[in-house]
Design a protein around this ligand. Structure first.
Ligand SMILES: [Zn+2]
Length: 279
């Protein structure tokens, strides 16, 4: 019983084994073929798709990149145009904004508004014309001579004499006389000794007066207005940039404009009007 069972079992095993082998033989090649073919086919398709897709992608990327570069160039050009447009507007409207150092507006308007000036420059000397270069002109400072009845030329000669007398350091870029004459003693690009710490960035104007009151003759006043309007246009300033010596040091100068605030306001208004007239 035992042997038969064993044989049977063995046979059964063999049979089973054979069957399994056959089954394997029958099925295996097909599966392998299929799988191989399938894999090959699938892999091939995928690679083709991938390479086609890759080309498309890289083309798209290139196009995107080109577009970005084009947009950047256009944006750059637009910004450049805007920059130059703003620069042109500033040059026309407020040219002094672009200037760091001494600067003058060069225009027909400035030339046309220039009053008659007698240029009688002082000798360069440490007491009245040090030859120091002014900075960008930021204001105009008004003074009175505190020397009643003295003419513009007399005041100019006093400044010139300081190079020999050495009594003090004093001068002014301009002096407006009793008859409205204007004398220039120091170029506007050079410092005069008149307005203390503001000498370096302002232009100074001394004004003659007939008596102790410090009130100016109408001729003097008119020339002061004309001179200030011209200087404002020349240095791209407005009437508010015209100040009194008093505003720098609280010295009572010019006496008339310190004691009569309304007269001072009116003077600035008159300069504004003169500037508009010139424009
Ligand atoms: Zn003064």
């Amino acid at each position: 019983m035992d042997k038969e069972v064993q044989k049977k079992t063995e046979q059964g095993k063999i049979v089973r084994k054979k069957t399994t082998q056959k089954a394997v033989q029958k099925t295996a090649p097909k599966t392998v073929q299929k799988t191989a073919a399938g894999k090959k086919a699938v892999t091939g398709k995928k690679t083709a798709k991938k390479s086609a897709g890759g080309k498309k992608m890289s083309d798209a990327k290139k196009k995107k990149k080109a577009r970005r570069i084009l947009i950047s160039i256009r944006l750059g050009l637009v910004l450049l145009a805007v920059f130059f447009a703003v620069l042109t507007v500033i040059k026309l409207v407020k040219p002094s904004l672009l200037a760091k150092d001494y600067f003058e507006v060069d225009s027909e308007k400035v030339d046309d508004s220039m009053p008659a000036i007698d240029v009688e420059l002082l000798t360069v000397n440490p007491y009245s014309r040090p030859g120091t270069k002014t900075e960008k002109i930021a204001g105009i400072v008004m003074h009175y001579t505190a020397n009643p009845g003295a003419t513009a030329m007399a005041n100019r000669n006093y400044f010139e004499g300081l190079k020999d007398t050495h009594t003090t350091k004093s001068s002014s870029n301009f002096i407006v006389g009793l008859d409205g004459e204007i004398i220039q003693c120091v170029p506007t690009w050079e410092m005069a000794y008149a307005s203390n710490e503001r000498n370096i960035d302002t232009v100074s104007i001394e004004c003659c007066h007939p008596d102790e009151s410090g009130v100016f003759f109408p001729e003097t006043y008119q020339s002061m207005v004309k001179l200030c309007a011209w200087l404002c246009l020349k240095f791209d300033l407005n009437e508010k940039d015209i100040i009194r010596h008093y505003d720098v040091t609280e010295k009572i100068c010019p006496k008339y404009f310190v004691e009569d605030e309304k007269a001072w306001e009116n003077f600035r208004k008159d300069v504004k009007k003169a500037m508009k007239k010139a424009g």
